[in-house]
Design a protein around this ligand. Structure first.
Ligand code: SF4
Length: 68
């Protein structure tokens, strides 16, 4: 996925969770090099434009879901 695409922390490679597929309600640090100095704690449902897809996850995890 291209850099500067908005995405959720739970799907981001910089989300400092030990899980392969973190949950939306999980809280962890953000290790993105430009943000790490801020020592942010973020939830899986948070997100930003520095998002990069987490290894092992399909790009489709960030596609909009149909309303039910
Ligand atoms: S704040 Fe941005 S860079 Fe940090 S984990 Fe969340 S989406 Fe990734």
């Amino acid at each position: 996925m291209a850099r500067n695409s908005w995405g959720h922390c739970s799907h981001c490679k910089y989300f400092a969770s030990p899980a392969a597929a973190p949950l939306d309600g999980e809280e962890a640090a953000c290790d993105e090099p430009g943000l790490a100095k801020l020592e942010l704690r973020v939830f899986g449902t948070c997100g930003c434009k520095r998002f990069e897809l987490r290894k092992g996850l399909a790009p489709t995890v960030e596609r909009p879901r149909a309303a039910v």
